[in-house]
Write a protein that binds this ligand. Structure first.
Ligand code: GLC
Ligand code: CA
Length: 560
């Protein structure tokens, strides 16, 4: 039986602001992306997920939405969006948008109306406004901490000029959380889904999908430093939202094969699987693997947890190693001497943005091996732009260039996420390394610098160079993606299982079989002699020498 495309699709995440800039203003845009769709089709992915491209003051780069049914003017307009979707579909690429239902921008008309209307007004009920504690309401209503650091509450100035109520914002102060118990909020998102489905999009990635509802009493969270505030996240009511959205998607008929992929950060795999019930989200990212350091045993147990907790329910597993919120894989896996963060930061910062001394060459080797592993796993995979180039994290951005609110809100303790968002290098020379088109430039130099500065060493990662080098990380991705299509055709009955293969005496290596393909990964430094019965090497992150696969490398083999 054919299965829906998304169950086994490889999706390329486009951080639009940093992908390609068609008008030379230093900011990526829809026309730039459209001009590079050929690159993505040739890379061999099945579709793209676009980070939010709605009108936004960009305080959290688009995750602060001021209007859910329009396009940010810096990126283009609705006509440019329609043209992008049409071209993508012509090339056989699906298009997923990013839906941000937990919060909007403080520039959204509803929030402005709430501020103007005064305490107790119905306009305030769409958000979470509360009086403060303390003698004059000078203390926040509860002790919840925001995800970017500091309190999750900000106090406003009332229309009469006096300090007044507080509003909840789990992220930046420019991102007020909605009150999902208000019917207007439900109705707004019903309309938003239909608006974009009517325009032809194939699905949505759902931002902070475990958020939306908060405990109705907003009680203090006893362990205020624990990363997971169980009064704020993963409330039972949220599941009803996804049942509702699934019904809306189903109205479009089975032939559209619409999908949702949730960004769900919850404590256990069982919690995650609850979002994947047959009438809820078709997909949710499996972030557990992304948080593992480069060790065979930890990778194996994470993969096993996914199969036991998700695969066993019949849902597809959505694998990913990188996105716009975490340090790039080259840098994470290249850490040779870890350094702890300040202990006031939540533990998950050190999991997703680990720091320490980095060996970029080792990191790239491991990141290549990790890709070969990832693409052999049954399920769907999400690749983040620039990973196919083996780009390292830009760790040394000048402080005054940093834009992520995490940096300032954490008291400059958490470097934040700018380092994985630096605009892509397309050519070793040219305006902004080919990120910006010559249009809008003067004298061969871009008129506008990119919105985040690119380091000089970006030149050596340029797409145009890597395309000419059969051993480049880009070429490895192209080979792996085309081979994946051939070896594991989506049309085949969904065999979601793998079988582990023992490698005696080598607990620093992993091997598993999927059909007649063996995928082997050596996490340690010592080369592994490939057993003859595993057959012929089809793909390798580093070519084996005399039947030995080097350390920090991976390969696919097929029994003859
Ligand atoms: C998600 C996004 C992140 C954003 C946050 C608030 O975690 O991936 O980039 O800052 O939600 O919308
Ligand atoms: Ca632009």
């Amino acid at each position: 039986m054919t299965q829906p495309w998304w169950r086994s699709a490889v999706i390329y995440q486009v951080y639009l602001r940093s992908f390609a800039d068609a008008n030379g203003d230093g900011i990526g845009d829809l026309a730039g992306l459209r001009s590079r769709l050929g690159y993505l089709a040739e890379l061999g992915v099945d579709g793209i997920w676009l980070n939010p491209c709605y009108p936004s003051p960009q305080q959290d780069h688009g995750y602060d939405v001021a209007d859910y049914t329009d396009i940010e003017p810096d990126y283009g307009d609705l006509a440019a969006f329609d043209a992008l979707v049409a071209d993508a579909h012509d090339r056989g690429l699906k298009v997923l948008m990013d839906l941000v239902p937990n919060h909007c921008s403080s520039a959204h008309p509803w929030f402005r109306a709430a501020l103007a209307a005064g305490a107790g007004a119905p306009e305030r009920a769409r958000f979470l406004f509360r009086d403060g504690r303390g003698k004059d309401g000078e203390l926040p209503p509860n002790n919840w901490r925001g995800q970017f650091g500091g309190s999750a509450w900000s106090r406003i100035i009332e229309p009469d000029g006096t300090p007044g109520q507080w509003y909840l914002h789990f992220f930046d102060a420019g991102q007020p959380d909605f009150n999902w118990r208000h019917p207007d909020v439900t109705a707004l998102f019903d309309e938003v889904l239909r608006f974009w489905f009517d325009r032809g999009v194939d699905g949505f990635r759902i931002d902070v999908a475990h958020g939306l509802y908060k405990h109705p009493e907003l009680p203090d969270w006893a362990d205020s430093h624990s990363h997971f505030n169980a009064h704020a996240w993963n409330q039972p009511e949220v599941h009803e939202v996804y049942r509702r959205w699934r019904r809306i998607a189903d109205e479009y008929g089975p032939e559209r094969e619409l999908t949702f992929v949730g960004e769900v950060w919850v404590p256990t795999v069982a919690d995650l699987a609850a979002y994947l019930r047959p009438d809820e989200l078709p997909q949710a990212f499996y972030f557990d693997l992304l948080q593992q350091p480069w060790q065979a045993g930890l990778f194996r147990s994470s993969i096993e947890r996914a199969f036991d907790g998700i695969g066993a329910t019949g849902a597809t597993i959505t694998w990913t190693l990188a996105n716009h919120d975490v340090h790039r894989t080259v840098t994470r896996y290249g850490i040779v001497r870890p350094e702890p963060y300040h202990d006031s930061l939540p533990e998950d910062v050190s999991l997703v943005r680990p720091r320490g001394e980095v060996d970029p060459a080792l990191g790239e080797r491991r990141a290549r091996a990790a890709t070969v592993l990832l693409l052999a796993l049954p399920g769907s995979q999400y690749l983040y732009q620039g990973e196919e180039l083996g780009l390292p994290e830009v760790l040394n951005l000048p402080d005054d260039a940093r834009q992520d609110p995490t940096w300032t809100r954490s008291g400059r303790l958490d470097p934040g996420r700018d380092g994985c968002r630096v605009p892509l290098p397309w050519t070793p020379q040219g305006p902004n390394y080919g990120f910006s088109s010559v249009f809008g430039s003067s004298g061969g130099r871009a008129m506008f610098a990119p919105w985040l500065p690119q380091p000089d060493w970006f030149a050596k990662y340029a797409v145009s160079e890597q395309l000419q080098d059969a051993t480049s990380t880009l070429s490895l991705h192209r080979q792996a993606l085309s081979m994946r299509r051939e070896l594991f055709p989506a049309s085949e009955a969904a065999d979601q299982s793998i079988t582990w293969v023992d490698i005696p005496g080598r607990d620093d290596a992993l091997a598993f079989r999927r059909g007649d393909i063996t995928c082997v990964v050596v996490f340690g430094d010592e080369a592994l002699l490939l057993p003859e019965e595993w057959g012929e090497v089809l793909l390798a992150s580093l070519p084996p020498q005399e039947g030995r696969l080097a350390g920090n490398a991976a390969a696919w083999l097929r029994v003859q």
